[in-house]
Design a protein around this ligand. Sequence first.
Ligand code: ADP
Length: 303
Amino acid sequence: MDIITVNNFAKSYGDFRAVRGISFSVEEGSLFAFLGPNGAGKSTTIEALTTLTAFDSGAVIINGHRLGKEDHEIRKSIGVVYQQGVLDHQLTVAENLWIRGSLYGFSRSELKRRIDEVVEITNIGELLKKRYARMSGGQQRRVDIARALIHTPKILFLDEPSTGVDAQTRKSIWEMIRNTQKEKGMTVFLTTHYMEEAKDAGKIVIIAHGEIIDQGTPFELKEKYTSTHVLLYGTDPALLDELRKEGLEAGQTDAYIKVTMDKKEDIIAFLQKYQSRFESFEVEMGTMDDMFIDLVEREEKGK
Ligand code: ADP
């Protein structure tokens, strides 16, 4: 079942059409990635979907509620972690959580129970007395996420959640998000410029210049826009020429011969045919970065 449906959504700033009638849907409980180069229209879309700003046209339903008409209900259904953060830098983590949590109208005891729970989920128990301003980027991000989870949202919007945090912190933040997602059946709507973060997404939508340029699963998009390489180690000197004569796209480094090949069947047949000519091999798939760069470049050329 789709928890978000966006139909022909558009928004202009004056004469400039930042988002030009995009349509997509997000399945309940999934990790959904919304990607695009700078200036593509991601923030414009997310700000409107999270009820922060108005939009010009289109029909958007979030958790059964119509955007622009039932925004109050939508706000109850979503948690948002904005790039710039919304917490008070001078207050402690505990004070921030209590103040933000009190906006939802829970009783004191219910709010305490919920804060205890999100503190445990995000593993910030030891930070509660620290001032927000005094913490590292990764610690602040954990607190931002805790704040966004207090009312147990059905959908968590993450706008570039790991910008400015180191690789190890990024990994632990993601583990926490994925665990929470599974446990609560929560939907996660992600924008990121770390393409590898989108590799686990159930669906990726890619926009550029305010339009959707493609969408699909990470596998589908990688298959479409990247090549697979077979690396052969420990080959004899004659092999490269032989492969080229066969019409294969092959190159050589000091370490290996690299053959470009896309279809699974071709790779298997190739390895069987030449198995006596190399000592070991590796099949290297394109990365999410390769996919994104190729797709955006194709789109630019097509303009
Ligand atoms: P992204 O988040 O994908 O980087 P944005 O949604 O921020 O893209 O921006 C989309 C386009 O709209 C960009 O060309 C940007 O310069 C323009 N834009 C964004 N906000 C405003 C604004 N408040 N006024 C005018 N133009 C804007």
